[in-house]
Design a protein around this ligand. Structure first.
Ligand code: CTP
Ligand code: MG
Length: 233
């Protein structure tokens, strides 16, 4: 790889954080001296090669304009959609409107995943720079896995050595990701991450091993855990 890989970023942040049961969407809860979403954005804003970044927000989001980063000229706002995949698709359209090319790399990263390190971001960019498909940060599962039957009893124990947890960022070419998401959503497929849309159209994203502490804040104990563990630099 010669020089930094140039890339765009989409941050889906239009969710309501129902499982956090807080008084506002989780991305606006405090973590350290700022909000969770500000901590998340930092990692990208510091990395060379960033062309621009779009945050996908609920249309009536009153919290975003209050943040200092809302004034950052590298960040644009797009309206999110019903599901995460709809928000990401809206983000990709916003990038195209901003002059991004179909063959440009796009990294999609959850607003609620503030513990991404510069090292993992660099590893993802460097590993996939020449990849024909793209891929994602992921972590091999550690615990023994159980497959349940309808009664909540163990039906089987799959071979865990082949299973990974899918993290973000997920990195794909803009046009290919837009087409895959459009096709998968149009067919009513379950699309919980960008890789599953790429898989839907027959492609095999590459798994890039990342740090296991790049967690997504989902439940209250996740935020408590993060506030006790400062981000490694
Ligand atoms: N997200 C989004 N648009 C949606 C739903 C989710 O942009 N329609 C975003 C969330 O804001 C979050 C990321 O996708 O940054 C991951 O989703 P998740 O952890 O499920 O967040 P929420 O949907 O907000 O939480 P919950 O499912 O508990 O309501
Ligand atoms: Mg959700």
């Amino acid at each position: 790889m010669t020089g930094p890989v140039s890339y765009w970023v989409v941050i889906p942040a239009a969710g309501i954080g129902s499982r956090m049961r807080a008084d506002r969407p989780k991305q606006y809860l405090p973590l350290g001296d700022r909000t969770l979403i500000e901590q998340t954005l930092d990692c990208f804003l510091c990395q060379p090669g960033l062309n621009g970044l779009v945050v996908c927000l609920a249309a009536d989001d009153p919290w975003w304009p209050e943040l200092a980063c809302a004034q950052d000229s590298r960040i644009v706002r797009a309206d999110g959609g019903q599901e995460r995949a709809d928000s990401v698709l809206a983000g990709l359209q916003a990038l195209l409107a901003r002059g991004a090319g179909m063959a440009d790399w796009v990294l999609v990263h959850d607003a609620a995943r503030p513990n991404l390190t510069q090292e993992d971001l660099y590893k993802l960019l460097a590993t996939l720079a020449d990849d024909p498909v793209g891929g994602l940060l992921a972590v091999p599962v550690r615990d023994t896995l159980k497959c349940a039957d309808a009664q909540g009893r163990v039906a089987s124990t799959p071979d865990r050595s082949r299973y990974w947890q899918a993290y973000t960022p997920q990195m794909f070419r803009l046009g290919a990701l837009r087409d895959a998401l459009t096709q998968a959503l149009g067919a009513g497929a379950v699309v919980t991450d960008e890789a599953s849309a790429m898989e839907y159209v027959g492609l095999a994203p590459r798994l890039v091993e990342g740090r296991s502490d790049n967690i997504k804040v989902t439940r209250p104990e996740d935020l408590q855990w993060l506030s006790r563990h400062s981000k490694p630099h």
